[in-house]
Ligand binder design. Sequence first.
Ligand code: DGJ
Length: 704
Amino acid sequence: MPIVASSQTTSQTQQNAPLRWILETSDTAYVVGVNRLGQVVLCYWGQKLPHHDDYPTPPDLGEYASFNGAGQRNPEEYPTHSDLKYIEPCLKATFSDGVRDVRLAYQRAILVVEEETLVIVMQDEHYPLKVFLFYRVHAQTNIIERYVEVQNASDTPITLERLFSAQWHLPMSQQYVLTHFTGRWNDEWHLHRDMLTQGVKVLDSRRITSSHHHNPSFLVGEPNTTETQGNCWFGLLEWSGNWKLTAEVTDFDSTRLSMGLNDWDFAHRLAPDTRYVSPSVFIGYTKDGYTSASHALHDMLRARLPHPDIARKVLYNSWEVTLFSVDEASQMRLAEVASALGVELFVMDDGWFKARNSDSAGLGDWTPDPIKFPNGLQPLIQHINALGMDFGLWLEPEMVNPDSDLYRAHPDWILHFPTRKPTLARNQLILNMARTDVQDYLIAHIDALLSENNISFIKWDMNRNATEAGWQTDGEPREVWVRYVEGLYRVWGTLRERHPHVIWQSCSGGGGRADMGILNYADQIWLSDNTEPTRRLPMQKAFPMIYPANTMEAWVTDMGESWLPLAFRFHVSMTGLLGIGANIIQWNDDQRKLAQAHISTYKAIRHIIQFGDVYRLQNAYDGAYSGVQYLTKAKDEGVLFVFRTHIPQPTYPYRLRLRGLLPHVQYRVEGFGTKTGAGWMNTDCVFDLENFESKLIRITLMGD
Ligand code: DGJ
């Protein structure tokens, strides 16, 4: 059992020994306790220690003058908005009598042994409001999952105005560097490293999706943390809607992070005798730097994917070539060429459904366009299946064009305020997924589509963010932000259950919905509409800081840099889930042969990329030279990709050292010879690359 209580778990605090719970994973420990004031506080979060007595007892730093109470200074696990604390709280609520102050005190704890879960129960001093702090230990992957349940046992409602999932504290009096990601449509996944200084840094989304702009994940290191060494605390939120992360450095030298539902325009009406459960956050610690943090996240995320063990197929998608001009004959022709290249999954993107000749009509009416597909989708699907490929289809279920039968029948189904003109973006409006009638409609229609056609893959797109997020309900209309996402999960989850073989892709105009929550439904993620290889290189190094390579779609297209060597374009895409989105009809024989060879190589190495560990090598984040290595979990097979973009002459060669190998066994590195793992990890491989040259190098274990 990875949870140990150091004194009785059901007793009150008036005991001699302080209450303390030690949550241990394979390598780490998270220790919480109850201090003299009855506060639930963090005692320790770091490397697992040899003996339980090594862990500190619950801290009580006391108050500081009349301006700051103990709540301000102590590392509370779930601080509320109350008394002399002015830090970022996790919970803010208003009771029906207008009191806006929540005072929680430890009540009891429960160990749910079979679920490896500790539950700490806190109770408001005056009102029958209870908060249950859940800690689930994922021992193998060194991850602790935290979430809260709030329970209203009174006969009047309570309005929740902030409900974070958790707060964590880093060791005091240290400096920390926050790694996070920013972006925008067509330009996602810029990696940032910011020193945390006094005050609050906020990252969030107010868009109804997790958004292109920030990602609900974090890595916090110390200034000397590197890829290979140093303390790193990391985590991510299992949620696909509005979210918020606060990283606060107080004037008492403590650094604390909180994460959860965004409290912007947020309210939840907790009716009498009801409970509300927050999304989970998954957090971890490593002493071995950023690569080790990524590996822990990847192991945890990969195991939870809907299809954890299925290798992803090489796909073709013609969107960037044809845009809305799809029809039976032209898609069949593309499919024939794609299949000859070795493509395994042919996906038809936007433009296939009724009246969809541009982005101004059709969304909502998910039936094949009678002019483009006079006999429905069957002839195309049968042709594709006969070519030996699976068939996939694009949908944008949450959206509707005003010019659609669905909107004409149900104009009230969209997110809107009755007195405001709904803002159009890409000529479309958003269906209110909080409504069960909307959910039922989508389930029925998509279920029929999947039942009537042999569809193996769905690309689920979403091409705008929310405005006028009104909901005409008897309840609390601001719940729409959360209810929308719950509705989305219900629709997607029901369809998954009914069609378990289907692989789903999450796309929101590129990478607008890349988060842990959506990975319970989607198997893979479209990172960005930007497929230019030199922009993709840094994006595809940032994304796998958090998410595993078997969720990262990467296509070879003609975008922007089609003059780049085809090998370079393939190598960039082969570091994730290889797809093709180029105009393959125009490729000449040499190009087709080259593509065939790359696709066949990818099929031979994809198990290493999709299920192995990633190592970011020298110049991992910037610089014209870069290298990325993948190694199987058994460390018996690897693949190395090196790239040079543009360096003005004269230049110098690229040097890198391999990582992660078993030190005492021999490995052959294609083109370099055979040495022990230790040899490769301590001596340089030197590459004389030209501008825009790349190499794919296989690493093979030879034995002792
Ligand atoms: C945005 C997606 O990111 C693209 O790949 C494509 O599917 C278009 N939408 C289609 O409208």
